[in-house]
Design a protein around this ligand. Structure first.
Ligand SMILES: Nc1ncnc2c1ncn2[C@@H]1O[C@H](COP(=O)(O)OP(=O)(O)OP(=O)(O)O)[C@@H](O)[C@H]1O
Length: 610
């Protein structure tokens, strides 16, 4: 079971590799060409900026050589100087366009790929992590990528090019000593930046984790707004939220302190570097009697490099922040997605007949908790298998195994004779429809919610599925019918209506294996009966697994499994189980039947009503 990503320290190299792979994939499809173009233009601009002072030196030397000033004398120098500056300005404009085109494409692809990866992570990962924190990690990761890229291409690359050109020109004009002093100064500067960025990186990681907690708490509270109000827990949740914000503020304080210390150290090194460069330059001018043009050259370089060097400082600091942002998404990217082992999907298209499902000595344990122990059964094509037993017996876990949300720790599950892990997950899940107790709908229209199983579902098929799920009476009173929006998590519909949307979803899928997990547990008897009728319609022509606490609903099942503490303690048909006088008979007697819901296998009478 994966740890909560907020608190795990993923192995850095693995996370960095995962991000690298993701960025490399995202670069394909247009982004790379734009970014390479941006780099080329940045290089051209940097070269022009680096050479501009040299053209100025030539101009000043001509002016100070004592020759009679004339247009012919000045024009080439002025032209070269202005031309170099113009090229630099033009490059700045064009590089922005090219860069942001590439950045937008890259960010889009990176975001889409990462979101797809998160969706593909196994269910246990999602159960262990807060959705809000995952959303925050994704947003941070995208922000981190943008910061990294912007600085790499728009800040660092131009500075490096200008510095190299300046060193080469200064070395050629004033000798290697001057170039060496400049390089040593820059190296010290870079070292102090690295130290500063390292400190900031640690502090930002704390902020990022704290903001993840805040994001998680925000979503948690809003998702449970009804419960919070019903239990008058508003103040408590607001206080808890404030406590998390307080922690975030503390991390920000630490970050600001580190940033200040780093900034001061950088400023100190900068002053030292400038003093050394200036002193050496002045000495050379005095001793060697350098030309006025050479003196102008040194000063122009110094003035010209101050700003880019400061920008480099900001860049390195932001990169520390960007890496911290990327750390968390890197940890998520190292999580393995659900297994895709099967190759049968294209070779063998699933038949349209009901499926055969076999559990063969299947065991499963959540961490530290044995949950299922050597469970075996066979659901023959078209049969209905009831699964009953006390709360916590492992019924839902068994269904999750059938859908391969979880993997057995021992034993084998087979669909139509093939082990589940011989099928791709998509091929497996396409054949199964799940109707569970907690139906959460998307904040979209009823039609879009029904069409979850197929992007290109035919409106007629959606209407038929709605009809089969007994949604017609509801749709008749809604002014927008199937186009009615259901609100956040479907809160504008009642529990029974939501269940019927969920059944329509399954009906549209025309599944070969239908799984009901306490599908009507939350409904009143009248609604329950209507929903069961819809469910019975759905299980026509399919093999059906029904988990329920209401024994009457599986009384007609072909086989009933009684689970207790993860073991099948009794099995058989309703009558035989009652005659056995064991757990099932006790549960049966204990239940008071206020209504007699339609049994799922009462198909003959239902077929006519469908
Ligand atoms: N993600 C999980 N991590 C750890 N333990 C879990 C997890 N999900 C369920 N369990 C535990 O596994 C056991 C079986 O749970 P399961 O949901 O399968 O029971 P159930 O028979 O469906 O119960 P109920 O009838 O109440 O829905 C329970 O003890 C439960 O606490």
């Amino acid at each position: 079971m994966p740890e909560d990503v907020r608190h795990r320290r993923s192995p850095r190299p693995a996370a960095a590799r995962a991000i690298g792979v993701q960025i490399a994939r995202a670069l394909r499809g247009g982004a790379r060409a734009w970014l390479v173009l941006a780099l080329v233009i940045v290089s051209l601009g940097g070269l022009a900026a680096g050479l501009a002072p040299l053209t100025l030196k030539i101009l000043v030397d001509r002016l100070s050589a004592g020759a009679t000033p004339s247009l012919a004398l000045l024009a080439p120098g002025v032209g070269a100087y202005v031309g170099a500056l113009l090229v630099q300005r033009l490059c700045e404009q064009i590089q922005s366009y090219a860069y942001f085109r590439g950045e937008q494409r890259l960010v889009r692809r990176f975001g889409a790929q990462t979101y797809a990866h998160i969706l593909a992570l196994p269910l246990p990962f999602h159960l262990d992590n807060k959705s809000g924190a995952l959303a925050q990690a994704l947003a941070d990761g995208v922000l981190g990528l943008r910061l990294l890229l912007t600085h790499a291409i728009l800040s660092i690359a131009p500075v490096l090019i200008q510095v190299v050109v300046a060193c080469v020109v200064l070395g050629a004009v004033l000798g290697p000593g001057m170039a060496l002093v400049l390089l040593v100064s820059l190296a010290s500067y870079a070292a102090v930046f690295a130290w500063s960025a390292f400190g900031v990186h640690g502090a930002v990681k704390g902020i990022s984790a704290a903001q993840g907690d805040v994001g998680g708490a925000t979503a948690d509270g809003l998702l449970n707004i009804e419960a919070i109000k019903a239990f008058t827990a508003e103040q408590r949740y607001a206080r808890r939220y404030d406590a998390l914000l307080e922690k975030t503020e503390a991390h920000w304080r630490r970050y600001l302190a580190r940033r200040l210390a780093g900034g001061l150290a950088v400023a100190g090194v900068f002053a030292l570097a400038m003093t050394a460069t200036h002193l050496l330059a002045s000495l050379q001018v005095l001793r060697a009697g350098l030309t006025l043009g050479a003196f102008v050259l040194i000063n122009t370089y110094l003035l010209q490099l101050i700003r880019p060097l400061e920008m480099l400082g900001f860049a390195v600091r932001d990169i520390g922040q960007a890496l911290a942002y990327l750390d968390r998404i890197g940890a998520i990217l190292t999580e393995p997605a659900e297994g895709e082992t099967g190759a049968r999907e294209s070779a063998l298209p699933a038949p349209s007949t009901p499926a055969e499902l076999v559990f063969d000595e299947v065991s499963f344990a959540y961490p530290g908790r044995q949950t299922l122990d050597a469970v075996s059964f066979r659901a023959a094509p078209g049969q209905t298998i009831g699964i009953v037993g006390p709360s916590g017996a492992g019924k839902s876990t068994l269904l999750r195994l059938a859908l391969r949300f979880l993997e057995p720790s021992a034993g084998q599950i087979r669909l139509d004779g093939a082990p589940l892990d011989d099928l791709s997950l998509a091929a497996l899940r396409r054949q199964i429809a799940l109707v569970s107790q907690d139906t959460i709908l998307f904040n979209d229209t009823i039609a879009a919610n029904i069409a979850l199983a197929a992007d290109d579902a035919d409106p007629k098929a959606i209407a038929e599925a709605a009809e089969a799920a007994r949604l017609a009476p509801l749709l008749a009173i809604l002014p927008d019918g199937l186009q009615t929006r259901v609100g956040e998590r479907g809160l504008k519909l009642s529990g029974g209506e939501k269940q019927r949307v969920s059944i329509a979803r399954a009906a549209l899928k025309k599944a070969r294996l239908v799984i009901f997990d306490e599908a009507t547990a939350a409904l009143d008897p009248g609604t329950e009966r209507a929903v069961w009728e819809a469910m019975a319609g759905l299980s026509q022509g399919a093999t059906t697994l029904v988990v329920t606490h209401r024994l009457a609903t599986v009384a007609g099942a072909d086989e009933i499994l009684v689970l207790e503490a993860g073991r099948v303690v009794e099995r058989g048909r309703h009558g035989a189980l009652l005659a056995m006088g064991g757990v099932y008979a006790r549960l049966w007697r204990a239940q008071a039947f206020s209504v007699a819901p339609v049994a799922l296998d009462d198909r003959a009478s239902l077929a006519s009503s469908l």
